[in-house]
Design a protein around this ligand. Structure first.
Ligand code: PAF
Length: 284
């Protein structure tokens, strides 16, 4: 498996692949890979001839008080894992080449990034859509694969691709969970054993929300009271947000009509976890 750091080298490799009539799939990541990422790679492996994983801890999607410096990084381990999953190439650019001194162009998706993590992490999604747009221009994928755990990120990227007529198919894949339901995340390594137990409450609360919904409850206030209660019962938890939104616009709804997305961001100790689930009747 090859590792490319140079942007132009990646571009010309991508161009040659396209000219040879081959399909390129990209799994964008910030490294610290886990089974959630690897499942995205498995999907990409089936769909494309050249499977590229980008590994780049993107400084512009972190706020000044966020964990950019301490974000876990281990390129050697990541390359062992990707190689085992049949990845052809890792693209891991240097920060200085990716964002040179005079860099000044950003991509902003306006409405769907206002609520949820957009409200708690100003500038975060501008950083995400900018890096993803740049990665698309460098890796030139036919297909790009993202996890549904970062639901708002997925919606923002789909919106960017649609609005800017980008010639790439964006696919969202289901969240991969630990046995007790905790969504896999590179940040889970920061949880102490006691916090790790409290962190289960996100999944448990979502399940409770889904079961109330299936029993016919449609009022957001009632659903969220139950969800919040279950999370707050646990030690170490502090809710950043627990909201039910329209799954396309991400605007909050008072009553769920058709489908809704239950989205959570919860501090467990010093670690902020996000998760989400769809509220929909079985068979809908
Ligand atoms: O989901 C992530 O890991 C990052 O936000 C992404 C999409 C790789 C952009 O840096």
């Amino acid at each position: 498996m090859e590792i490319i750091r140079d942007i132009e080298k990646m571009q010309s490799r991508a161009e040659k692949t396209r000219q040879g009539g081959k399909r390129i799939a990209l799994v964008p990541t910030m490294g610290a890979l886990h089974e959630g990422h690897l499942a995205l790679m498995d999907y990409g492996r089936e769909k494309a001839n050249l499977l590229v994983v980008s590994i780049f801890v993107n400084p512009i999607q972190f706020g000044p008080k966020e964990d950019f410096e301490k974000y876990p990084r281990d390129l050697q381990k990541d390359s062992r894992l990707t190689e085992k999953r049949g990845v052809d190439l890792i693209f891991s650019p240097e920060i200085k080449a990716f964002y040179p001194e005079f860099f000044q162009t950003y991509v902003t998706v306006e409405k769907v990034t206002q609520n949820l993590c957009g409200a708690s992490r100003p500038g975060h999604f501008r950083g995400v859509t900018t890096v993803v747009c740049k990665l698309f221009n460098i890796v030139k994928p036919h297909l790009a694969i993202f996890g549904q755990k970062d639901f708002q990120q997925l919606i923002a990227i789909q919106q960017m691709v649609e609005d800017l007529h980008m010639d790439v198919e964006v696919v969202g894949r289901p969240t991969i969970r630990e046995d007790d339901g905790l969504a896999m995340s590179s940040r889970n390594v920061f949880l102490s054993p006691e916090e790790r137990i409290s962190a289960r409450s996100l999944f448990q609360a979502m399940q409770e929300g889904q079961s109330l919904f299936r029993m016919g409850e449609r009022k957001t206030e009632v659903l969220l009271n139950r969800v919040r209660g279950l999370i707050m019962e646990q030690p170490f938890t502090r809710i950043d947000y627990a909201k039910i939104c329209h799954p396309r616009t991400l605007e909050e709804v008072k009553v769920v009509e058709g489908r809704g997305v239950l989205a959570l961001a919860v501090w467990v100790g010093a670690t902020r976890l996000i998760d989400n689930c769809l509220l929909e009747d079985k068979g809908q």
